[in-house]
Design a protein around this ligand. Structure first.
Ligand SMILES: Cc1cc2nc3c(=O)[nH]c(=O)nc-3n(C[C@H](O)[C@H](O)[C@H](O)COP(=O)(O)O)c2cc1C
Length: 324
């Protein structure tokens, strides 16, 4: 029996549109799933569990309607949960995932077997994000179905390890679904992720620049204008190292000195402070280098599909030359 997530074979591309704080609402999730890729959102993008449930209902009914109207299956959707004692909503949000049978739950911070068991109870899958081998081993022990490997240069709370090493190192002991995250912006990047040994590509920053995202026009323009070296890796904004657009730090009056500070994060009490910070200081990965437009999700997915196909075809041609 395959140890890989069964839904992969039904997708139009091996892609998960990665959850992003303040960027996702139901509209973006629904468009992704309608176009055959996994759409996800952080539960905390809604301020309350009641609001979170409203979004779950909205997404489920839109996807059901789409399936009835087109006769085509939508891709599954996923929810990101912060598994940490400072998240006061965790228990209530897990109950809602069970109630609404959320197909995919993406856990961050803690990989806990009780959470995995709760989601497995109705047939849901749990993917967990990690930046290093030790975290991956713990998550594997907790029984997660997939590991999201967040490599260097990713948007949000990025890691520091090169993606090639990260995938190879973790594949040695983890035989279930491997998802690669960090700087995947084009169809060629998706093909490269698969070449490295990942089963799925996890794309964040690219989806900020879609018409359906909640990002402001200024945020999107800054992404279009930025190159890889305009992205700054700092712990000063949320207490955990993350990548931010240098121009947004500058616009907020944040100096080199400020960047050396270490502010402690608290996902519960300080949620508002955290939201305020991420609203003015914009996160993005080094993949900005290859983003120069804002597209509707349908056009983006269509472009990604042709780029992916072209990249694979070029790879096959390489076989005519090598090995000699
Ligand atoms: C603005 C922004 C917000 C993010 N918020 C979250 C979040 O709430 N939860 C989470 O698990 N990851 C979050 N991430 C990380 C993404 O899910 C994903 O791992 C990352 O964006 C992939 O790298 P890329 O942006 O280079 O494609 C965020 C990333 C960005 C850019």
């Amino acid at each position: 029996m395959s140890t890989k997530a069964p839904f992969i074979k039904d997708l139009s591309l091996p892609v998960i549109a990665a959850p992003m704080f303040l960027i996702y609402g139901p509209k973006l999730v629904i468009e992704c799933c309608k176009n055959g890729i996994v759409g996800t959102f952080p539960a905390l993008n809604q301020r309350t569990s009641e609001g979170f449930e409203e979004w779950l209902i909205e997404i489920k009914s839109a996807l059901k309607k789409h399936e009835q109207e087109t006769g085509r299956k939508a891709a599954p959707f996923g929810v990101n949960l912060i598994v940490h004692q400072t998240n006061p909503r965790l228990e209530a949000d897990i109950k809602l995932c069970i109630k609404h049978q959320v197909p995919l739950v993406i856990t961050s911070l803690g990989a806990v077997s009780q959470v995995v068991d709760a989601i497995h109870s109705y047939g849901g899958l749990v993917f967990h994000d990690v930046i290093k081998k030790r975290h991956a081993q713990k998550a594997a022990e907790a029984g997660v179905d997939g590991l999201i490997l967040v490599a260097a240069g990713a948007g949000g709370h990025a890691g520091t390890i090169n993606p090639m090493t990260l995938v190879s190192e973790i594949k040695q002991f983890f035989k279930k679904t491997i998802i690669l995250s960090g700087c995947i912006s084009t169809g060629r990047d998706i093909a490269s992720a698969l070449q490295m040994g990942a089963d799925l590509a996890y794309m964040g920053t690219r989806f900020i620049n879609t018409e359906e995202s909640k990002a402001t026009p200024e945020y999107r323009s800054m992404i279009v204008e930025a190159g890889a070296s305009d992205v700054v890796y700092t712990a000063a904004i949320s207490g955990v190292h993350a990548n931010f657009l240098g121009a947004s730090l500058k616009a907020a009056g944040i100096t080199e000195e400020d960047l050396k500070k270490d502010i402690k994060i608290d996902f519960g009490k300080e949620l508002d402070t955290e939201a305020k910070a991420w609203k003015t200081i914009w996160s993005a990965g080094q993949g900005v280098a290859l983003i120069d437009d804002v597209l509707p999700v349908s056009s983006l997915v269509s472009n990604l599909k042709s780029e992916f196909k072209k990249a694979i075809e070029e790879q096959i041609k390489v076989l005519e030359t090598f090995p000699k």
